[in-house]
Design a protein around this ligand. Structure first.
Ligand SMILES: [Zn+2]
Length: 99
């Protein structure tokens, strides 16, 4: 097949499999605070979430991220992620429609 290989990842909220680039990675670095890893290259255990608030609402529910990342998420870290999520669109415009 002449198709270019596209790395795929699963959103931990909606379980949809999508190209890695369309997802946001949340990572627990070996040391330090949980962070949003826009480039997807930070070391540590990561979880992928769609770039839409509806998925982040799911992920921010107690226990979700903890389970996905096998870590403890502090209130401060959760709040930082909540703020990140607020900047995202509620849902993706034209999702599922390819040009
Ligand atoms: Zn999702």
């Amino acid at each position: 097949m002449g198709r270019k290989h596209i790395p795929l990842r699963t959103c931990v909220a909606c379980r949809q499999v999508r190209p890695k680039r369309e997802l946001v990675r949340v990572v627990r670095p070996p040391e330090g605070e949980l962070m949003v890893d826009e480039r997807g290259k930070a070391p540590g255990r990561g979880a992928y979430v769609c770039r839409r608030r509806s998925c982040w609402c799911v992920v921010l529910k107690p226990g979700r991220l903890e389970h996905a990342l096998r870590t403890v998420v502090s209130e401060q870290e959760r709040e930082a992620l909540r703020q990140y999520a607020e900047r995202l669109p509620e849902d993706e415009p034209e999702s599922g429609r390819d040009e």
